[in-house]
Design a protein around this ligand. Structure first.
Ligand code: C2E
Ligand code: MG
Ligand code: MG
Length: 645
């Protein structure tokens, strides 16, 4: 009777697991946890048969002889079934190679089918299971089932041992526990013919596994049902801890936002799902990190293997997927990091991947980049510059402003100047803005830097009144963030007020690209500056962003034609002439940037441009040198003579 009570209790536990599992599922897609459900189903069947069998043995109800034999045989088969299911779960979890897994599964399932067929046939042959009356007395049926189950356990044990180092400590513990419990229970059953332990330990390990898998659910991405960032990070911690050699790929879908905007988020979601499924089918482990960003972890790949994997991803995405009758093709950027690297924590690996991906996005020349020595140096340099930046916003003496004169070529007089920022560091020397401005924008330090530059320019102008009289203005470059924020506008204007600077002496240079990114949101702030009397210059015109409408709509006082147009000598400077002609027609003031040679100067003059900035006249120079241009009424530069107005 105790046996039946134990089995009924186990049945309740197992049934609750089935219900909980069924109702907690959010998606209908197949996952590894589904295999646990199969264990639960077979356990349920085993318990039902077992309870019926034991009730019948206890005389609670009577069955005909053939029915008793049938129940007894099916009960034996069900023991083999749930043990097989358990072992398949373990193998599926630990084995990486899909071929080995499928081979092993086929082998074990075939053996099981053969055993089941033979057992069912024995209903008529009476050889494997021999009965005395209604009791199973002897025969090789039960020992064969025990042997077969032990074989399954042995196979799973071998898989576990082989893959021991590659699985998490947690999985090791759980799988070892499952195997030992089942082995012990089988032994107990063999020795005492008592299935107590089998029923109890099975429901106990099922419950335990269910709890573990519930926890696992937290590391699954809800949409794509592949492991999420947390699982990825955990795996990296594991591999770095065990110094495993791995190849990491970060895969980013290019322009995914456009797909969402054009076809709607449900199409976008479906695309992410099919893409995730495709990645999952590859040999590595696939993860969805965030949004349109995925990762793959492979055991270390040789160069050829890596090329093959990358090619297969790129060719598959280029062929695209049909989603709601729309063929969606797309490109991917792939950042690759191979371990071992010098510094190898999970954080560093993630950061290296992100750094490599940003390198792809920044220079746009390659869509696949391997994190190599050059990038390691680049990242190192970036970190160093970041540290200089952080120091510079506190100790403003590290921020240096250079001035580059802008010349009126009709009389070679200095008309105005552009203020250009540099960072000074004892170890790194002078750092150019091309290096630190993008970084400062990324980390949100740019407005602080702008404030420092505006303050320094204002200090110079207020300390040297002659400068203000001699120059029409000094222009300062400002970033998109400065242009958008009303708060920043107030702070910058406050600096001008504090120094009592004539507002027409300061102008702001805005690049075409930043204008594009902040066109709508900047209207009001733009007006705040203008009301105060500050004019704007459009910088780097001709680099391909601004459209003519922007030119006409926005009241730029001056357009600065980019160096690329000025130095483009093909077709006898036709591009420069066309741009200058158009700006003249629009009645815009112009400055030609980056004039370096006599020939360029001649072309600029021929195009009708009178204001010129460039190395031909002067590089950006220090405050002192720049003041020198003014104090000497005639200043002699290395090559040329500039007369101060
Ligand atoms: P930009 O505003 O277009 O400034 C002109 C850049 O061209 C300067 O580089 C200048 O040194 C360089 N240049 C001038 N004439 C010639 C020439 O004849 N040949 C060549 N090859 N180059 C010439 P720099 O100082 O390295 O500044 C680069 C960019 O960094 C600037 O381009 C500007 O976009 C940004 N920047 C500089 N200072 C600041 C700042 O204070 N704030 C912000 N937000 N950006 C700044
Ligand atoms: Mg500029
Ligand atoms: Mg420029």
């Amino acid at each position: 009777m105790e046996l039946i009570v134990a089995e009924v209790l186990s049945l309740i536990i197992v049934s609750s697991i089935v219900f909980a599992h069924k109702y907690s599922r959010r998606s209908r897609e197949k996952t590894k946890e589904d295999s646990l459900l199969w264990v639960t189903y077979t356990s349920l069947a085993y318990l039902l048969f077992s309870i019926l069998f034991h009730l019948q043995l206890a005389g609670i109800f009577r069955l005909s002889l053939p029915m008793t034999r049938f129940l007894s045989i099916i009960h034996t088969i069900s023991i083999g079934a749930f043990i097989l299911m358990w072992m398949l779960v373990i193998e599926q979890w630990v084995l990486q190679s899909k071929q080995v897994l499928s081979l092993l599964t086929k082998l074990q399932v075939t053996l099981f089918c053969l055993f089941s067929l033979a057992s069912m046939a024995d209903l008529f042959l009476n050889r494997l299971f021999q009965f005395t009356g209604s009791r199973l007395s002897s025969g090789i049926g039960v020992p064969s089932m025990l042997l077969l189950s032990s074989l399954y356990i042995l196979i799973a044990m071998v898989c576990l041992v082989v893959r021991w180092r590659s699985i998490t400590v947690f999985s090791r513990l759980l799988f070892s526990l499952i195997i030992s419990f089942l082995l012990l229970s089988l032994l107990f059953f063999q020795l005492f013919r008592q299935p107590y332990l089998l029923a109890l330990s099975n429901s106990f390990i099922l419950l335990l596994s269910y709890l573990v898998w519930q926890r696992k659910e937290l590391t699954l991405d809800r949409l794509t049902r592949i492991p999420n960032y947390q699982a990825f990070y955990d795996k990296l911690v594991h591999t770095t801890l065990h110094k495993e050699r791995i190849t990491l790929l970060m895969v980013d879908i290019e322009n995914f936002r456009l797909i969402n905007e054009r076809y709607g988020t449900s199409v976008g979601d479906d695309l992410l799902k099919v893409f995730a499924t495709f990645l999952k089918e590859l040999e590595g482990e696939a993860y969805r990190l965030v949004g349109n960003r995925f990762a793959l972890i492979f055991p270390h790949l040789t160069h050829n293997e890596l090329v093959r994997q990358v090619r297969s991803i790129r060719s598959r995405t280029a062929r695209g997927w049909m989603i709601e009758d729309i063929l969606l093709t797309f490109y991917v950027n792939i950042a690759i990091v191979e371990t071992p690297l010098k510094l190898n924590t999970a954080d560093e690996l993630v950061e290296s991947l992100e750094f490599t991906l940003s390198a792809i996005k920044e220079n746009r020349r390659f869509s696949v980049i391997i994190f190599n020595q050059k990038l390691i140096h680049l990242r190192q340099r970036r970190l160093e510059i970041l540290s200089v930046l952080r120091k510079a916003v506190i100790d403003t003496s590290r921020v240096i402003v250079h001035y580059q004169p802008i010349i009126d070529v009709r009389d070679n007089r200095i008309l105005c100047a552009e203020a250009l920022m540099r960072l000074q560091d004892d170890r790194l020397g002078m750092i150019s803005p091309g290096e630190f401005i993008p970084l400062a924008e990324q980390v949100g330090l740019i407005t602080k830097l702008t404030e420092i530059v505006v303050d320094k320019v204002c200090t110079l102008l207020s300390d040297h009144q002659a400068l203000g009289l001699a120059l029409s203005h000094v222009s300062i470059n400002i970033s998109a963030e400065d242009l958008v924020s009303a708060e920043v506008a107030q702070r910058l204007l406050q600096i001008l007020r504090r120094h009592k600077i004539d507002s027409t002496l300061i102008r702001f240079e805005v690049t075409e690209s930043m204008l594009l990114s902040s066109l709508k949101s900047s209207q009001d702030t733009w007006k705040t500056y203008q009301d105060y009397g500050i004019k704007f210059l459009l910088d780097d015109f001709g680099t391909g962003y601004a459209n003519l409408e922007t030119l006409v709509e926005r009241p730029f006082s001056t357009i600065k034609i980019d160096r690329s147009a000025v130095s483009n000598s093909r077709n006898q400077y036709q591009l420069l002439k066309v741009i200058a002609g158009m700006l003249t027609a629009l009645d815009k003031e112009m400055v030609a940037e980056g004039v370096e040679t006599e020939e360029q100067l001649a072309a600029v003059k021929e195009a009708g441009i009178t204001n010129v900035q460039g190395y031909y006249f002067s590089k950006p120079v220090s405050e002192q040198e720049f003041l020198g241009f003014l104090t000497e009424s005639v200043c002699v530069l290395p090559k040329h003579r500039i007369v101060n107005g």
